[in-house]
Design a protein around this ligand. Structure first.
Ligand code: AMP
Length: 281
């Protein structure tokens, strides 16, 4: 059932709206251009908390200089409609100026977990992510915060930050929502032309093939990485950036899969970089 959604922009409006919410609050941070993946987090928050607060903020500090900050897709009208239907009560759409005023100079940095994978490919990315999420946590003071397994390393980094900085917030990580053909939903999928969109299903196919091998008893991490790579390399429009099979908690690469593992990848289709992952074990 939908209820009315209130949009707030300034920190002052956010504080006053937040203070009027009794009971538990679930926070769903997003960069907007919402799809069913984001909405699944809102629904989960709605089921578990008295109130759901979402934020829409395309956070400039998590984009590299050569990344897509300027052209990142935005559609606030559609976003608010989707949030209202999903039962969110409050959406905060802060401005860059208010989040990063002149002379801003304090950062939150998770050290080890941000070194491999996305952190290695996107220097400074996680410093931007952990800093903005800390700011959102401080402002909204949620009881629970919801993140997607789609961004597996981000979820791990936020969990670590929450523990290290003693935020009294439960981090809930929700499963990846996929298109019917298996492509993980992402705001960035809109960058793909129709041929690239068709080609992109190779990611799910490659991960599925490796998982089958794992389920058949293959515990050799390098062999699973090779399966993923070789399936993707059959697709001419795909350019592999990395394929990883790492310890689920520490994200260090494994030789033998003898504990919960994260099989993850980043692949380019033209200029569009997509990420995806499966959990093994
Ligand atoms: P973003 O707007 O891309 O920053 O994503 C906001 C939140 O939605 C993050 O916690 C993402 O991990 C999550 N998310 C994005 N895509 C999906 C998806 N396909 N399934 C589940 N969660 C997702």
């Amino acid at each position: 059932m939908s209820q009315s959604l209130r949009t707030v922009v300034t920190m002052e409006e956010l504080f006053s709206a937040r203070n009027s919410l009794p009971g538990t609050v679930g926070l769903v941070p997003t960069m907007g251009y919402l799809h069913e993946g984001h909405i699944s987090l809102v629904r989960r928050a709605r089921a578990e908390c008295d109130h759901v607060v979402t934020s829409i903020f395309v956070n400039p500090t998590q984009f590299g200089p050569a990344e897509d900050l300027e052209k990142y897709p935005r559609d606030i009208e559609n976003d608010t409609r989707l949030l209202e239907n999903a039962g969110a009560e409050l959406v905060w759409t802060p401005t860059v100026k208010e989040m990063y005023p002149d002379n801003f100079q304090t950062w939150v940095e998770v050290e080890k977990l941000t070194k491999p994978l996305e952190g290695a490919m996107r220097p400074g990315h996680f410093r931007g992510v952990s800093t903005i999420v800390a700011k959102l946590f401080n402002a909204v003071r949620p009881d629970k915060a919801y993140f997607g397994q789609k961004d597996a390393q981000q979820a791990a980094v936020i969990r670590q930050m929450t523990r290290d900085l003693n935020y009294p917030i439960e981090i809930v990580v929700c499963p990846i929502i996929r298109e019917p053909d298996g492509l993980a939903m992402s705001s960035r999928n809109t960058y793909l032309d129709s041929k690239q969109r068709q080609a992109a299903i190779v990611l799910f196919r490659a991960l599925t093939q490796a998982r089958k091998s794992f389920e058949n008893g293959n515990r050799d991490a390098e062999s699973l990485r090779k399966i993923v790579k070789s399936v993707i390399e059959e697709e001419a429009l795909a350019q592999v950036q990395y394929v990883s099979c790492a310890d689920y908690d520490t994200l260090t690469e494994l030789d033998t899969i003898n504990r919960k593992a994260l099989l993850s990848l980043a692949v380019y289709f033209g200029k569009t970089r997509l990420i995806d992952n499966f959990i093994l074990g």
